[in-house]
Design a protein around this ligand. Sequence first.
Ligand code: SF4
Length: 412
Amino acid sequence: MLVEAYGCTLNHGEAQEFIETILKQGHKIVADEAQADAYAIFTCGVIKTTEKHMLKRIGQLVLDNSKMLLVCGCLGNINPEAIMKIAPNAQLFGPSEQSLASNVFSDFQHFETVTVSLQSKVGILPIATGCTGNCSYCITKKARGPLHSRSIQEIKQRLEMLVARGCVEIQVCAQDAAIYGHDAGSNLGNLLDELETVKGNFMIRIGMMNPANVKKHLDDILRAYESPRVFKFLHLPVQSGSDSVLETMNRAYIAQDYEDIIKAFRSRFPDMALSTDIIVGFPGESDEDFQASLSLIRRSKPDLINITRFSSRPGTEAHEMTNSVFPGTARKRSKELTKLRFQITGQNYKRMIGQKVRALASECLIEGTTIMRTKNYKPIVIPETLELGKWYEIVITEAEHVYLKGKINHNV
Ligand code: SF4
C-alpha cells in the first residue's frame, strides 16, 4: 500500500498511526505507486494552493481505477464535493478517523509488496485534535471541530510503544498544544509530568502553541519545559505584529503578549530556538500594519519563520471581508518578509560557527548524511552516516539559512 501525508505534524502523526495498524494487519507499505495495490492520502486544505495540490494528486492516483483509494485528513471535511467529483469511488475519512480507515483493510488478503525502510528515529505523538479558538481566517475549525484531547493514559501508552520501537525524538503535536486537556480537566504540564516517567532514551519536542493560551498557562508551561527531556524549542505563531490585524483575526492576544512570552522563556532558557508564523496580506492590512510585523520580527529574532500569504477560505469569517489587500502588494510584502527572515535566521546560525555542542542523531534521510538536533532543537547536518539515537559532540563549521553544518569532534 502507498500512504502519502501532507500538511502539519498532526496530520503526519495520524498517518503514522494508520501505517502502524496496517503493518500490524500484515500489509506492507511501498514508496512506489506502481507497486501498490491500494492508496491512502492524508490530505490538508489549510490554504487554496494546498487544496489545489491535493485535488491534483488525487486526480493522478485515481487514473488507475483498479486500485482502492482512501482519502483521509482535513480536505474530506473542507471540500468533499470536489474530491467526489474527481474520485467518485474513493472512500472518504475525516481527520482523526485513521483507525476507521484502517478497518477497511482488516479483512483483506495481505498485499504482496516491498517494505520501505525509513532511517528515522522520529516518532509523532498526537495529543489532541481541534481547538478552542475562533480565528476568523481558519478553515481547520471546519475540518477538525472543537478540542478533543486524548487521555494521558492513551498518550503514555503510545509513547512507550514509540520508545520501544527505538524513537528518540518524540514530536508532541496538536493544533494548539497549550490547550491540551481543557476538555478533560487536565493540562499540558500534567501530561508532560506523566510522560517524563517513561523509561528510555528520548527527547520531546513540543509543537505549536497559540500565544493566547500560552499566556494563560505560562507558569505551568515554563515548569514543564524545565524537564531535561524537553527540547528548548518554542513554536509560537504570532501571525501579525499589528494589534488591529490581530483583532480582526480574532487571535485573542496582542503583539506585546507574544513578546512577553518570549522574554519569559528566554530568561529561563537563553539559547532556546524560537519558531513563529506570519500571515501577510490579511484583509485590511495597511503598510503600517505590515511594518509592525517587520519590526516585531526584527525584535524577536526567531530561528524559523513560516510565512503565508493570506488565502481566503470559503466558510470562514475572513472570506466575507471586503477590504482585501491587492495581490501584488501581498506578494511584495511576502518577498520583503522572506528577505528579512533569511537575514535573521542566517545571523542566528552564523553566531554558532566554531561552537562545540552536543547533538542527538535522529534521522538519516539522504545517504551519507545525518540530521542531528541540539538540546535547543537546532538542526545540524553531518556529512557522515552516524548511529541514530546517540548523542555526539559536534563542532559547528558552517551556517546555512535554515540549518547548520558540522563535524564530529573526535577530540572528546
Ligand atoms: S490541521 Fe490544518 S494544517 Fe493540519 S492537515 Fe488539517 S488543514 Fe492542514
